[in-house]
Ligand binder design. Structure first.
Ligand code: SF4
Length: 342
């Protein structure tokens, strides 16, 4: 008997997906801003939302982070942090021109896709980048090799593709796409371009695929699936779509428990609950409390993967943290020596 089947269907229950919430890249990016605020003091400028979550952004704003859209809004000589979604090389260049101290919180798994784009461009491939037009990550990746990259925005974008040499084409992708839809896009591309090469390793990241996989497991048993996440969070929006495709009767995206309408729960026996990769788990716990107040007191956590990956902080920040720690130790030693002489 599966965990999902363990509770009789006549009682109101919640199937809580695991993994859910923060991934290693988001954790690192948020910690980067927090540590920078501690080390350098407020304000710290952050180009774009550090991660696509309303709650995280407003929490960091209260601590002294200032979110801007472009480097030109950052006063010359200030510190600027680049978001987890990555930036094009020209953004680093602009920061140098304004004498900004840049700290790059790009997720290492996004950086990996940038490296692939650079490598295939250097080998003069046409690169078909599957992703959502206008998404920050796609702009950053395409910016690594603008002359070689064409965006393919889902299966419907395949017919517009034109390549110079069909034997020298590779596809890459945004990290937070629907796994199934991307495979459909690739299948269509391969029908047009049989020699199309695949990326050396999966570009859709472990966190995106793990969160989609567990939602697929619970969705068929759910009257409604609630995904905690923001509307501009690609991986969160995908989770609602995946839940509906996998058989959930309804699916909704909310930033906060207070956005859950009582009519969504009317007549429901089983509610599925998960969250996007940029969502702190206390928001999910608030949804559980909200559901418990409405009779959904039985909670079964359905686990399909154990995530242990962590990423270390950006080098430039670690270097300054180490220097500050060394300076503090030296100061303490000087004070202790002075006290000894007194
Ligand atoms: S969702 Fe994936 S690519 Fe994006 S920050 Fe998290 S681990 Fe990195």
């Amino acid at each position: 008997m599966t965990e999902a089947q363990a509770i009789p269907q006549t009682r109101k229950r919640v199937l809580l997906a695991k993994p859910r919430g923060y991934c290693a890249g988001v954790d690192r990016a948020v910690q980067t801003v927090e540590e920078a605020l501690k080390l350098y003091g407020a304000p710290i400028y952050v180009r774009k939302q550090i991660v696509h979550n309303k709650h995280v952004v407003s929490t960091l704003e209260r601590q002294g982070a200032i979110f801007v859209e472009e480097n030109e809004e950052v006063p010359e000589g200030s510190i600027v942090i680049f978001s987890a979604h990555g930036v094009a090389p020209e953004v680093h260049e602009q920061a140098r021109e304004r004498s900004l101290k840049a700290i790059d919180a790009t997720c290492p798994l996004v950086t990996k896709v940038h490296q692939e784009a650079k490598r295939f461009a250097a080998e003069d491939y046409d690169i078909l980048l599957i992703g959502h037009e206008g998404h920050e990550e796609v702009i950053g990746t395409a910016g690594e090799a603008p002359a070689h990259v064409q965006l393919v925005d889902g299966p419907d974008g395949v017919d517009k593709v034109t390549v110079r040499d069909p034997s020298k084409v590779v596809w890459l992708s945004q990290t937070t796409l629907s796994v199934d839809e991307t495979m459909e896009t690739v299948a269509r591309l391969k029908r047009r371009l049989p020699m199309l090469q695949s990326p050396p390793s999966d570009d859709i990241c472990y966190a995106t695929s793990n969160r989609q996989h567990v939602v697929k497991q619970i969705a068929p048993d759910c009257d409604v699936v609630i995904v905690v996440g923001s509307r501009n969070s690609s991986n969160s929006v995908r989770l609602v779509e995946v839940a509906l495709d996998a058989g959930a009767r309804a699916g909704h995206l909310v930033d906060y428990a207070s956005e859950i309408a009582d009519e969504w729960l009317a007549g429901a026996t089983t509610v599925g609950l998960t969250s996007g990769a940029s969502v702190p788990d206390d928001l999910v716990m608030e949804v559980l409390d909200h559901l418990a107040e409405r009779g959904f007191t039985d909670v079964a956590e359905v686990t399909t993967a154990d995530e242990r990956l962590t990423f270390s902080l950006p080098q430039e920040l670690k270097r300054d943290m180490k220097a500050a720690a060394t300076a503090r130790s030296a100061e303490a030693a000087t004070l202790a020596a002075g006290a000894g002489r007194a």
